[in-house]
Design a protein around this ligand. Structure first.
Ligand SMILES: *[C@@H]1O[C@H](CO)[C@@H](O)[C@H](O)[C@H]1NC(C)=O
Ligand SMILES: *[C@@H]1O[C@H](CO)[C@@H](O)[C@H](O)[C@H]1NC(C)=O
Length: 357
C-alpha cells in the first residue's frame, strides 16, 4: 500500500514539474516573441492641440471620434505595385524581377482585411481582382494611377541629380536607381492620400510592401492581420532592425546604408499616420535641399536623429527580437497574433490528452 502511494506521489510530482517546465517554456517563448524594443522613451508629442491649426487633421479626428461606433476595429491594409523593371536587390536570392513580385502578391488573396491597392499596371489590377474575388467586394479597392500624377515620382529628376553627384554613395538600388527611391516615398504619399480622402473605415491602417509575406507564399489558409500586442496607440509601429544610434549624421546613414527600422510595414491610427506621413514628406524635401537622398529606411533613421533640423511630431514603436533578420517581424507578429495562442495550445492539449488516455 505504502510503496504504491510513494510511486503515485512520484508520478504526480514528476507530472507537476514537467507541467511547470512547460508553462515556463511557454512564458519564455511568448516573452521572446513579444519583445518590444523600448529604446525610445520619448512620449509622443501628439496632443489635442495639434489639430487646432490643421483643418485637414481636425476633419480626420472628428470623423474618428464622432462616428466611433461605426468604425471597425480592424486594420486597413494599403499596398502598391509600380513596375520599375528589374532591381539589383535580393543578395543570394538573385534579382527582384516583376515576375517575382507577382508571385509574392498571391498572399494578398489570403489576407482577410480591408485592402487598398495602388498600381500603374492594368495586369496587376487584374491579378488583384482575381486574388480577392472570394472576399465581399467592399473589402478591396484597387486604384490604377499614373506615376507622373504622384508627388513621389515628380521627385525623380531631382533624386537622379542627387545620385549622380561625383563621389555619391553607391548602394544599388538605394542610392543609384532614382525610381526605386520614388517608389519608397510613394508609400507615405499614398497612406496620406487614403486618410485625407477618407477611403477607409477602420480604427487602424497599415502599409504592407508586396513582398512582406514572401516567405509564406506556399501556405493556403486565410488569415486576418490584427494590431500587435502592447501596441502604443499614440505611436507608429515598425519592425526594429538594429539598435537606434542617436549620433549619426545624414551622410553617415546614407553612405553606410544604415537601417534602424524595416520599411516594409508600418501601422498606426489614421490621425497619427496622417501627421507621420506629412513629416516624412517634409523630411524628404529637406534632404533633397541638402543634396541627399536614399530610401525610406534611411530617411526615417535621419529624421529621428536628435540633431536633424526637422523633428517628427509622432514617435515610432519598434518590435524586434534583436536578431539579424527582423525585417518583417512586425508583419509576422500581426499575422500570428490570432494563432500564436492556438499554436501554443496545441502541444499543451496533446500533453493533457496523453495523461487522460
Ligand atoms: C496655432 O496658431 C496660433 C496662431 O498662429 C499659434 O499661436 C498657436 O501656437 C498654434 N497652435 C498650435 C498647437 O500649433
Ligand atoms: C525611371 O523612370 C523613367 C520614366 O519612366 C525612365 O525614363 C528612367 O529611365 C527610369 N530610370 C531608371 C534608372 O530605370
Amino acid at each position: 500500500m505504502d510503496s504504491n502511494n510513494k510511486v503515485l506521489n512520484r508520478v504526480i510530482c514528476c507530472c507537476l514539474s514537467v507541467g511547470l517546465f512547460y508553462f515556463l517554456f511557454c512564458m519564455y517563448y511568448a516573452a521572446k516573441r513579444l519583445e518590444v524594443d523600448d529604446w525610445n522613451q520619448r512620449t509622443s508629442q501628439f496632443t489635442a492641440e495639434m489639430w487646432v491649426n490643421d483643418s485637414e487633421l481636425k476633419k480626420i479626428h472628428e470623423r474618428m471620434t464622432k462616428n466611433a461606433e461605426s468604425i471597425s476595429p480592424e486594420v486597413t491594409i494599403i499596398t502598391a505595385y509600380f513596375n520599375i523593371g528589374t532591381l539589383n536587390k535580393g543578395g543570394p536570392f538573385g534579382q527582384y524581377t516583376p515576375e517575382k513580385y507577382i508571385k509574392w502578391m498571391s498572399v494578398f488573396g489570403r489576407i482577410d482585411n480591408p485592402l487598398i491597392v495602388f498600381t500603374d499596371s492594368l495586369e496587376v489590377e487584374q491579378i488583384f481582382e482575381d486574388l480577392r474575388k472570394h472576399f465581399p467586394p467592399e473589402r478591396t479597392q484597387i486604384f490604377v494611377v499614373e506615376r507622373q500624377d504622384l508627388w513621389a515620382f515628380s521627385l525623380a529628376p531631382e533624386i537622379k541629380r542627387v545620385f549622380s553627384q561625383p563621389g555619391y554613395p553607391d548602394h544599388d538600388p538605394n542610392t543609384v536607381h532614382e525610381n526605386y527611391s520614388c517608389v519608397m516615398h510613394a508609400k507615405f504619399e499614398l497612406v496620406n492620400k487614403v486618410i485625407r480622402e477618407k477611403r477607409f473605415n477602420t480604427k487602424y491602417i497599415a502599409w504592407l510592401d508586396i513582398g512582406l509575406f514572401r516567405a509564406v507564399v506556399d501556405e493556403k489558409h486565410i488569415f486576418p492581420l490584427k494590431t500587435p500586442p502592447r501596441f502604443d496607440e499614440m505611436k507608429v509601429a515598425y519592425s526594429g532592425q538594429t539598435k537606434f544610434d542617436p549620433t549619426l549624421t545624414p551622410l553617415e546613414i546614407i553612405a553606410g546604408n544604415k537601417v534602424w527600422v524595416g520599411g516594409a510595414m508600418f501601422l498606426g491610427r489614421p490621425e497619427i499616420l496622417y501627421i507621420y506621413t506629412q513629416d516624412y514628406m517634409r523630411a524628404v524635401r529637406k534632404l533633397l535641399d541638402k543634396n541627399l537622398m536614399s530610401t525610406d529606411q534611411q530617411v526615417i533613421y535621419i529624421m529621428y536623429q536628435p540633431s536633424f533640423d526637422l523633428q517628427p511630431r509622432v514617435e515610432i514603436q519598434t518590435y524586434t527580437t534583436h536578431g539579424e533578420d527582423d525585417w518583417f517581424y512586425l508583419g509576422y507578429l500581426l499575422k500570428d497574433a490570432w494563432d500564436i495562442s492556438l499554436r501554443a495550445a496545441q502541444p499543451a492539449a496533446r500533453f493533457m490528452l496523453s495523461f487522460m488516455t
